[in-house]
Design a protein around this ligand. Structure first.
Ligand SMILES: CC(C)(COP(=O)(O)OP(=O)(O)OC[C@H]1O[C@@H](n2cnc3c(N)ncnc32)[C@H](O)[C@@H]1OP(=O)(O)O)[C@@H](O)C(=O)NCCC(=O)NCCS
Length: 425
């Protein structure tokens, strides 16, 4: 799969000057005021429990007063984008936005997991930052540290009990050639026994055991190294990273979607202008219409569209061969996402792949593409390989994901289409 979503992650001219960082992704809240040289002018720390809404503004006010900085003099304001407490992340980012608007300052953000990952001094390892998520669960991030200690995003984060995270760790280690794992962060301290039982020494030196740090957040939000760690780049609008939806949102969404009618059918030549328009909207390196037209003529190509009220809202293109198939493209128009359209297209593909004897399906997906990895994982795809620097526009890694039929779990890995590279136009 050529997932070309995710866009460029350039961070032109990282912000400098006096700034304020709000770390409110967990109950342990820190607000830091920094001078233009990176020195600490004030650091306020408070454990707020569930009181982010009530407590955060007074903490910010106290930090500014102690630093002797007026809010209007701030040049950047950074917030933790999560994952973490839903309320903490929302209140933190909203407060940062409000302050920045008043001061005409830049809003910056970094994910809690990436900010932790950048504190790791690991080399040649799988780095897994853990942030507590409710009583039994932890949020887990997956990063790789190379021989020089450079941290790069490896795969989308997950949330679950330690046992589930450990399964994901085994998958991630396998595509890194069995690299050792290092757990860090407050979640690693909480789950130390289970982690150490599975990987001795892996959680012995967990950083930030006492809670997430505003210093780390500021460093990550301002750092150009954040690009590789999968942080939003400067100039991009920082958006929260929730990993799982709030239960209330889920209920509303499912109710709203009941009764929507979407039809799936084979792709036709006269669909191509509409498909090419979605392609351009969704991908930074869109396939041109002529490329789709050429593929449609190939016998092994399985190309489908999803239609709603006469308009094309999604499409997929796969190559189905004997024994194996390769999903080359799947997209849903932005206004129609999270309505189960991609899910329906995948289930439809699985049926036809099986009928054509293509039991094992493979694809490539960007390391930073949280939505697509969530979708594929929910439908039985697992990590099967890593192609470093695969995407030419950003140099980002591609994850190879595979879905094998249950009765063929031991089958040899399939050859992907054209040696695994998307046959680009
Ligand atoms: C990835 C993409 C195709 C998903 O389409 P979609 O129609 O919104 O997906 P669905 O509504 O069918 O989601 C099915 C499941 O996938 C997962 N999922 C979908 N979007 C997700 C997201 N943003 N974050 C986490 N999981 C997500 C969830 O498990 C979801 O089930 P749920 O809604 O019950 O939680 C769509 O986001 C897209 O077109 N992205 C841009 C193009 C792209 O990246 N294509 C894939 C290239 S590899």
């Amino acid at each position: 799969m050529s997932d070309r979503d995710g866009g460029a992650r350039a961070r032109p001219g990282a912000a400098t000057g006096v700034g304020l960082a709000i770390e409110a992704a967990t109950e342990h809240v820190e607000v830091l005021v920094r001078d233009a040289a990176g020195g600490t002018l004030a650091l306020e720390v408070e454990d707020v429990g569930h009181g982010h809404t009530r407590r955060l503004t007074p903490i910010v006010a106290r930090a500014l007063a102690r630093a002797n900085v007026a809010a209007r003099d701030l040049e950047w304001v950074a917030a933790d984008l999560g994952p973490g407490s839903f309320t903490g992340v929302r209140v933190g980012l909203a407060t940062a936005r409000g302050l920045a608007m008043a001061a005409d300052a830049r809003v910056l953000g970094a994910s809690s997991l990436a900010a932790l990952a950048l504190t790791s001094a690991a080399r040649r390892s799988l780095v897994v930052p853990l942030v507590p998520a409710g009583r039994r669960d932890v949020y887990a991030g997956f990063f790789r540290a190379d021989s020089r200690g450079t941290i790069t995003l490896l795969a989308a984060p997950c949330v679950g009990p330690a046992a589930e995270v450990l399964e994901r760790v085994d998958e991630a280690r396998a595509i890194l050639g069995g690299a050792p794992v290092r757990f860090i962060g407050p979640g690693a301290a909480r789950e130390r026994d289970a982690l150490e039982r599975a990987h001795e020494g892996s959680a012995a030196h967990a950083t930030r055991e006492g809670g997430l740090s505003a210093e780390d957040l500021a460093a990550a939000a301002l750092s150009t190294r954040g690009v590789a760690a999968g942080l939003p780049g400067n100039g991009e609008d920082p958006a929260p990273v929730y990993v799982r939806a709030a239960q209330a949102e889920e209920r509303v969404r499912h109710r709203a979607l009941a009764g929507e009618i979407v039809t799936l059918r084979a792709m036709r030549d006269d669909d191509l202008p509409a498909i090419a328009a979605i392609e351009r909207q969704v991908f930074s390196d869109a396939w041109p219409e002529s490329f789709f037209a050429g593929e449609l003529a190939q016998p092994q190509v399985d190309a489908r569209v999803a239609e709603q009220d006469g308009a094309i809202v999604g499409y997929s293109l796969a190559w189905l061969g004997e024994g194996t198939g390769h999903l080359g493209n799947l997209a849903v128009a932005p206004g129609h996402r999270r309505r189960g359209i991609a899910r329906r297209m995948l289930l439809d593909l699985f049926e036809r792949a099986q009928a054509r004897g293509a039991g094992t399906l493979a694809l490539e997906v960007r390391a930073s593409n949280v939505a697509a990895q969530g979708l594929y994982r929910a439908h039985g795809f697992r990590l099967a390989g890593l192609r470093r620097g695969y995407y030419r526009d950003t140099g980002e890694d591609a994850l190879v994901m595979e879905r094998r039929p249950r009765d063929a779990d031991m089958a040899p890995a399939p050859a992907t289409h054209e040696g695994g590279r998307r046959p680009g136009p």
